[in-house]
Design a protein around this ligand. Structure first.
Ligand SMILES: Cc1cc2nc3c(=O)[nH]c(=O)nc-3n(C[C@H](O)[C@H](O)[C@H](O)COP(=O)(O)OP(=O)(O)OC[C@H]3O[C@@H](n4cnc5c(N)ncnc54)[C@H](O)[C@@H]3O)c2cc1C
Length: 359
């Protein structure tokens, strides 16, 4: 959550073609925020802050302002990564000045310790972790990247290099990274719950299946932004989005209304959905069909009427093909504006660790 402050950082990067670099940075960031160009300079504005880029003789001057330590780090590391990526082999010497100089930890990284794990349905296991500052996870988004260290090894966590790029452990210390939702936060006990679908011997499933008290994992986040305010919601998804849907439903005020549609393997995978809002829950069962192989969710979304008055919001999280079909339908046939829906691919059939979080 951004504090009510402004942090600053700046650097000057020597380049043989600074104008080309300015063009490449602007072309890239136009997909992530607002780019304002004038002769010899450009300004990039986004959720995480603002970046002023100014051409100098054989150099690009970069000035960043940001409303929080976490956001400042996101902007600096993203600029640094893209400078290196777009430099075409030219070596980049990057020395930041200003706030957070010399900081070697990622501000939104937390090491947490497993307290216990239990099955809440046959295919969903709840891992409870102890966390020193659970309040850190209350806003800014529902999900985290869980960093899973190799079994039996002392964890080596990512750190921040002098140019603000993340240094990831590799080789025997390489971490598996998977995205999960924080299902619940218990401030009094200092605990977070993460509900994990057990589907395979994949890194995420295996971590949850074998989790025992004392295991350490890293969390990066939270991410994804806060839930958009609306007076009518459609919350839909498969079991990977069930934790997000249940948490959103719990957070809705009594004045809200929500249609909730959840696809699961079968009736044994249903869970209680609690809410102060007026909710209508529909369960879709695959009944033997493999996860990610059906058209159940897109079909259900097509059959639901959006209210003609008031402000609707649609949230969907599911396998990539279903997410794409739902997004296409909402934007095409329903003409639902971009700020009225968040449709995310939570996983991709046949591929590990999808990163397409929708828009
Ligand atoms: C924003 C966000 C929030 C998420 N929240 C949750 C959550 O709270 N709980 C949760 O369980 N998942 C959640 N997911 C989904 C989770 O990140 C993926 O399912 C992830 O691939 C699981 O990692 P893995 O190591 O088990 O499998 P991977 O190593 O990533 O994949 C191995 C194989 O398993 C397949 N696979 C992956 N997930 C599933 C599945 N659910 N069912 C069947 N096959 C699968 C893949 O297609 C691949 O073939 C979330 C994803 C996103 C993007």
């Amino acid at each position: 959550m951004p504090d009510d402050i402004t942090l600053h950082a700046s650097t000057r990067v020597a380049l043989t073609d600074p104008a080309g670099m300015l063009d490449r940075l602007c072309d890239h960031f136009v997909d992530h925020g607002t780019v304002t160009r004038e002769v010899g300079n450009a300004r990039l504005d986004g959720t995480f802050g603002a970046v002023q880029l100014t051409l100098e003789a054989n150099a690009l001057a970069i000035a960043v302002t940001s409303p929080s330590e976490s956001y400042l780090f996101v902007v600096k590391s993203s600029i640094a990564e893209h400078l290196v990526e777009f430099a075409d082999g030219e070596s980049i010497a990057l020395h930041w000045q200003g706030d957070a100089v010399g900081e070697t930890r990622i501000p939104y990284f937390r090491e947490v310790v497993v307290r216990g794990a239990r099955d809440i349905t046959p295919a969903m296991r709840r891992v409870t972790v102890a966390c020193d500052d659970p309040g850190h996870f209350t806003s800014g988004g529902l999900h985290v990247r869980v960093l899973i260290p190799p079994r039996g090894r002392e964890p080596v966590w990512p750190s921040v290099g002098p140019d603000s790029r993340v240094i990831w452990p590799d080789g025997e210390d390489a971490l598996a990274k998977r995205t999960y939702t924080i299902r619940a936060i218990d401030h009094a006990r200092g605990e977070l719950d993460i509900d994990v679908v057990l589907h395979d011997d994949s890194p995420g499933s295996l971590w949850a299946r074998e989790a025992k008290a004392g295991d350490r994992v890293g969390l990066l986040g939270p991410g994804g932004g806060d839930v958009i305010s609306a007076d009518w919601y459609l919350l839909c998804g498969d079991e990977t989005a069930l934790p997000a849907i249940a948490r959103i439903a719990e957070s809705l005020p009594s004045s809200a209304r929500a249609s909730i549609v959840i696809e699961v393997a079968d009736a044994a995978e249903r869970q209680e959905i609690a809410s102060d809002a007026s909710i209508q829950v529909t369960w879709l069962h695959r009944d033997g069909a493999p996860a990610g192989s059906t058209d159940l969710l897109p079909q259900a979304v097509r059959s639901i009427a959006l209210p003609e008055q008031g402000s609707p919001f649609v949230f969907a999280g599911c396998e990539q093909a279903a997410a794409r079909a739902i997004r296409k339908h909402l934007r095409g046939e329903r003409q639902l504006p971009k700020d009225r829906h968040l449709v995310a691919a939570y996983w991709r059939r046949g591929h590990a660790d999808v990163h397409d979080h929708g828009e």
